[in-house]
Design a protein around this ligand. Sequence first.
Ligand code: G
Ligand code: G
Ligand code: MN
Ligand code: NA
Length: 257
Amino acid sequence: KRLERDLRGALGRGELHLCYQPMFHLGSGQLLKAEALLRWRHPTRGWISPAEFVPLAEANGFILTLGEWVLQAAMAQARAWQGGQWPVRLSINVSPLQFAQPNFKETVLAALRDAQFAPQLLELELTESIVMRNPEIVRRNLQELRNEGITVAIDDFGTGYSSLSYLRDFDINTIKIDRSFVRDLSTPRHAPQYALALVEAIVKLAGSLDVELVAEGIESREQFELVRSLGCDVGQGYFFARPLSASEFARLLGREP
Ligand code: G
Ligand code: G
Ligand code: MN
Ligand code: NA
C-alpha cells in the first residue's frame, strides 16, 4: 500500500527513469535496436525492480499513466540521440492493460507526434497474457498500429498462455524467445536434447512465418554461439550489454560504424 502511494508520486519527483538495453544482429554484430526498461530509485529503499512495481501499477491502473510516460520519454530520448536520424529501432514494453484501452492507438500516435519519431522505428513488446483481456479491442488496436507502420513483438515467447494462438490471431513481426530457453541450452533443467529441440522448433516456426527471432538473456559466449548456430537472428543479454543509462547508450552509439 505504501509502495503504491510512493509510486504515484515517484513520477512527479523524477525518481523513475529509463535504461536501454541493446540488441544485436548475431551474424554481423550490428546494433539493431534498444529495449527501454523502467527503473525506480526509491528515496529510502533504493532501486526497486519493475518486476515488483509494474504488477502493483497494473492492479491499480496507474500503469496507464506510467505507460504513457514511458512511451513519451523513450521516444524523446531516442530522437534526441541522433537529432532525429535515429537509425536504430526502439522497443517498448506495453502492459496488457494499456493494450486493452480503446484509445491506446491515439496515445501511441500522440507520443510519436510529440517526439517526431518515425512509426517504422517503434516496436511494441507484448506479453502473451495480453490475449486474456478484451481480445477484440486488442486485435483492433494491433491492426491499427500495424497499419501505421509500427511493429509488434511477442515478449517472453514460450512461457505464456497461448503463444501459438497469438501467432495465428495477430500480425506479429518479432518473437522474443524467453530467456529460460536460452539458459537451458547451456544448463538444462531437463535433458539437453529437449532444450535444443525447443529452440530449434521456435527457429523453424519463426522462419516459416517470416518473423524476426530474438534470443533474450544471452549471458555467455557459449549461449551466444549456440543460439547463433541454431539460426536466431538477433540477441540480447548481459553477454553483450546490461541495460544502460541513456548516456552510456549514447556512447555505444558513438562507437557504431
Ligand atoms: O528490467 P527488469 O529485468 O528488472 O524488468 C522486469 C520486468 O519488468 C520485465 O518483465 C519487463 O518486461 C518489465 N518492464 C520493464 N520496463 C517496463 C515498462 O516500461 N513497462 C512495462 N509494462 N513493463 C516493463
Ligand atoms: O520480460 P522482459 O523480457 O521485458 O525483461 C527484460 C529484462 O530482462 C531486462 O529489464 C533486464 O533487466 C533483464 N535481462 C536482460 N538481459 C538479461 C540477461 O542476460 N540475463 C538475465 N537474467 N536477465 C536479463
Ligand atoms: Mn521485454
Ligand atoms: Na522477455
